[in-house]
Ligand binder design. Sequence first.
Ligand code: SF4
Length: 169
Amino acid sequence: MKVEHVEDKKITGLMFAYSYLCMRKLWFYSQGIQMEQNSEDVKIGKLLDENSYKKEDKHILINDCVNIDYLKDGIVYEIKKSKAEKEMSVAQIKYYLYHLWKSGVASPIGILKIPSIKYQEEISLLQEDIEEIENQLIKIREIILKKCPPSLKEIKACKKCAYYEFCYI
Ligand code: SF4
């Protein structure tokens, strides 16, 4: 387990995605408690990342805050290993598009790719998405500034969560 102090409360793409899955997980992560390195899912994700789209520009940092998987012809690509937690992945991509929009890109486009099932979905940023993202950012800031994590609510993702032992043992 790696524990570090998070002085900078920038909201990364991963934090934004966690907020759609579990606010308690978001809180743990925001406090610098990082256990994902031990998770099998993360190992698979890293392997996938290292072996996918080698010729493209990968890991583009925007606004010193969000890290895009890769960018090609102005399109943001996010690669996932499975369709599980798709809502979270779409929210993450929209958050990247939001940062591009804030940086002056008028109509940013993203693509969610799941190579294992040859799945691809185009994602755009609508006005209602911008409003939802800004509301979600307010909720995220409230959570990460709390002294204690939100109370435990059991969800399907708990069984594979890297923070399982914090919640159940
Ligand atoms: S184990 Fe479940 S409740 Fe706990 S942080 Fe993970 S997803 Fe959230």
